[in-house]
Design a protein around this ligand. Sequence first.
Ligand SMILES: NC(=O)c1ccc[n+]([C@@H]2O[C@H](COP(=O)([O-])OP(=O)(O)OC[C@H]3O[C@@H](n4cnc5c(N)ncnc54)[C@H](O)[C@@H]3O)[C@@H](O)[C@H]2O)c1
Length: 307
Amino acid sequence: MGILDGKVAIVTGAGLGLGRIEALALAAEGAKVVVNDLGTDLDGTGSSESPAHDVVKEIEAAGGQAVASFGDVSSWDDAHRIVREAVEAFGDLNILLNNAGIQRDGMIVKMTEDQWDSVIRVHLKGHFSMIKHTMDYWREKSKASGGEPLYGRLISTASDSFMMGNLGQPNYAAAKAGIAHLTLSAAREVQRFGATANVILPRARTRMTMSGPWAGIFAPPEDGGFDVFAPDHIGPLAAWVASPHSQNVSGQLIQLWGKNIRVFEAPKAGLEYENDEPWTVDNLQAVLGPYFEDKKPIEDSFALPMM
Ligand SMILES: NC(=O)c1ccc[n+]([C@@H]2O[C@H](COP(=O)([O-])OP(=O)(O)OC[C@H]3O[C@@H](n4cnc5c(N)ncnc54)[C@H](O)[C@@H]3O)[C@@H](O)[C@H]2O)c1
């Protein structure tokens, strides 16, 4: 008996890295899993059907149920087909875990149009296409049942880069910020179906984190101690957010690494003030000058805030 017995899930980008871990975790809790993957390189080039099939074999070997769904989440038609394949294979769709992603880092002055477009397309349009077709299915299901609440979980994947605007990741940071706010908007809309939408912010060792300037931070410990960035730590979070435990959790941003967890609050004001007079440059300076006096400008650094 698992906490997701009878539930049907799609995990995108589930052929490798965190998606694979998440698909295995959902299947271990009893979910029937559609393993989507395009089998790309880190930069989004190339494609292969093997990773998705390999993960299906792993799930089946462990006694679970899964089907492979090869396709590009940022293609409207592929996203529609992936959702249809879940319903055709397993009769329903309850959980959409949007995870697929690519990385093409660069400083703004060196960034090409294609670098920008491809990262925004795979992450942001990829999340939206999958959410859109999932919600279309839920809308029809809800109508057909006369408005009965359904079991629905939208889970999106953002990152530190959204919180911090990492140096050298303007495309990735912007895509992840878009994903966070797309998901908050979706959380308001899916309430009418009885469903939820949340964002997870993982930190773990995959080819994505082992390729950047922070690779040293994510490397396994040399002394054989606790492996803070082992990707397996992310599985339980995916399963918890997908589970009935999170029925009253929606529009939240949850970060996990190692034995640590953080819940971020939606942006809130650092300063709130109502002036007696309409604003002028001088009276703005009278209010903002003292507020910013002891605050430092953002640093020229990619460093992850670990604590
Ligand atoms: N690793 C981390 O610490 C970390 C931190 C924050 C956020 N993330 C996010 O987690 C997600 C997974 O990252 P990862 O580290 O496992 O990377 P990864 O490169 O190991 O895995 C990404 C997977 O997505 C697939 N993919 C790429 N483009 C696709 C497309 N258009 N359609 C379908 N599948 C596609 C790839 O084939 C690959 O299997 C990404 O969204 C990433 O931005 C990772």
